[in-house]
Design a protein around this ligand. Sequence first.
Ligand code: ADP
Ligand code: MG
Length: 209
Amino acid sequence: PTVIAILNQKGGSGKTTIATNLAHALKRDSYTVLLVDSDPQGSARDWNEASGGNIIPVVGLDRETLAKDLQAISQGYDWIIIDGAPQIAKLSAAAVKAADLVLIPVQPSPYDIWACADLVDIIAARREVTNGKPQAAFVISRAIKNTKLSGEISSALSDYGLPVLKAGTTQRVVYPTTAAEGLTVFSDPGSDAAREINTLKKEVLEVLK
Ligand code: ADP
Ligand code: MG
């Protein structure tokens, strides 16, 4: 399988939202998808319980042996999506080790961007011992609709030397309301929110080609 880790040590950056919605987008393309909850708080597991486990299989792996443990359970899946843990650097490093692609959801605010420094260092350290694996990119999360990213935000992000995906999520109430029911924005596949997640999925597939 291809492993995508959705990481940011800052809580509330949109990891679980992007993990669940991206996983569902891939499943709707007839891929088999496993969602790995590496957050000891268990948000993805709570989401799964709220839906009765009907959308995506979710497994909790919130330990440093994640990369190794994952190998034992990942057979047969096309995609593994790892929902990242806040704060705990060792868990982030474990997820980076397992990943083919790290997506870093970041809200377009300087504090949130500065808070990514440790994670970017973890990724750089991993790439040094692996000849460039994993790939990594920022995903702008919870942007205000119809506002362009300011030059300051763009340049703060580009200082990290990682690409910023063109696709991202905008601030929409449908994300928390669907999550509360254990669902995703694909409850309404024709919605603008579903469209932005599908656009994100397409760009991710493109990046991994
Ligand atoms: P993390 O997993 O990084 O802690 P979450 O995905 O749980 O972040 O998001 C934090 C909160 O923000 C949640 O209540 C979630 O529903 C909400 N949220 C995330 N993305 C969006 C969005 N694009 N629009 C509106 N609310 C969002
Ligand atoms: Mg979360």
